[in-house]
Design a protein. Sequence first.
Length: 393
Amino acid sequence: MNEQYSALRSNVSMLGKVLGETIKDALGEHILDRVETIRKLSKSSRAGNEANRQELLTTLQNLSNDELLPVARAFSQFLNLANTAEQYHSISPKGEAASNPEVIARTLRKLKNQPDLNDATIKKAVESLSLELVLTAHPTEITRRTLIHKMGEINNCLKQLDNTDIADYERHQVMRRLRQLIAQSWHTDEIRKQRPSPVDEAKWGFAVVENSLWQGVPNYLRELNEQLEENLGYKLPVDFVPVRFTSWMGGDRDGNPNVTAEITRHVLLLSRWKATDLFLKDIHVLVSELSMVDATPELLALVGEEGASEPYRYLMKKIARPSDGDSVLAGSTSERREAAQTGWPADAKRAALGTSVRLLPVVTGLRHGHYRQRRVTRHAPPREVFRRTAGAY
């Protein structure tokens, strides 16, 4: 058993123990004992012990009405926690981390060893990659968003506990937070009382983009670029956009009379606001980081004498805080959200589209090689935001 699986089993055991403590505090030790008895009998029964299998069936048949629901919930919650731990470790069927860069490197080496392939062929194949991810609403998703959010927070706790440099008092704080989250999950009703609306479903799709894809896709492209450079001596073009997104959210009328033209317009406005907000968040990060002085003549000409001392920062500030009276873009997140939800006239258009319009000249210049930084530092990678932006055009 490799180290990755050992860590997974350790975390699953720890999460199960905390869940058991939560059940004991909430319902008493007799319920926890019943759950533990069923768990142990199930384990031995699966190993082939026929006597324990019969005992397990008898135990389940003899559960009282008051015991049925908490026992079922205990195993359901444990499976959710085990899935969260497995997702954190991202273990592949071969027992290695799915995010391991060696997976990409090994694939590239395997391709290079093919007699009918050469570096130029591989490069051409990479540059022709085109993946389209379709975001679609799933009203049949039974897990409530609040519980999915809590599982995401538990994932973050596991990440913190993995830090070997964490101090004892910090570990204690993380474990306390973990107990809080598991207790919150246990005391939360898993069943929705109302069917989600098409707008609710769309908001969940936006959350997937913000919490996962917005960082996950660029991170993968960075890793792919590094492995290509290491194995083939080749860097991806700055405007390389192999992954694009489309969406059915708010527009899928197949059998759903609730998806009207007004709903579609509302979801489109929300999606444009979300895109604007995500870009602005990254741009504000760049404003704080891009303090470099060196720049190409094209960029220096763009920012003029006023921005020559910090050209990248100057450019980002202009995008984030325009000076042409567009107060919506310069306003708070709540103001942009309110504007985006008012409809197409004036402010909503400006809030939803203003940033992308301002980014367009930058992207166009980038595609022509005008704004490439001479020396990209580890902590200031502007090309990543530009790369995301380029994918919109």
